[in-house]
Design a protein around this ligand. Sequence first.
Ligand SMILES: [Zn+2]
Length: 245
Amino acid sequence: MKKLVYFMIVLFSISLYAKDEPIYQVSTLNALLAGNYDGLIKVEDFLKRGSVGLGTFNELDGEMIVLDGKCFRAKAIGEVVEVKKNETIPFGVITNFELEKQHHIEYMMNLKDLKDFINPLFINKDVFYVIKVLADFKYIKYRSVPKQERPYKNLSLVIKNEQVIFEEQNIAGTIIGFYFPEFMKGLNVVGYHFHFLSDDLTKGGHVFDFKADNLLVILDQKRQFVLDLADGSFMGGLKIDSSSQ
Ligand SMILES: [Zn+2]
């Protein structure tokens, strides 16, 4: 009998474990902040690790949105294109999204309201969360960054001088978000990070704010994280310190 109970516990643990697919990340935020924009892995290899994600591309050529297993580039000229599988990624995060909690919100909210809504839903603030928001957005403000040339400037300089900000009204789309706890500082964005892709696949970027009602908010808690340092050729940017954030 004891053996059977033990066996059942093991089975249960395995099924729980198998459900919790890891978040896979290429490189670190600090490496990107330091200007390591050279692609480290191919899009086709990145996509083997999941179906939703965000990041950027070789030479910082636009904002990445991965949705339903397809990888899109939101360019600084305001276009979105599906990215070829042999293109490369200097920084990105991806996972398989599993619906854990779904909430329908009828009232009008902005980005801050969304965070205020999600925060109390977290069972544990020291794990990872992936967030999907589907809505007809009344308004959305987002940005992209243009392709860079060597010698690379650091990311804060590029953002300060070259980011292109877009504002759209009445646009249906999906926001993909990741939440990382404080202890991930230097590795990824602490707190929330959201990217947007319109349903017609023509607009997208890094989200600053939005207004929408009738939102569908879906949360997926993750407890495993895989960091891929690729060939480690960006080690100069790996130092984990808070001064560069
Ligand atoms: Zn972003």
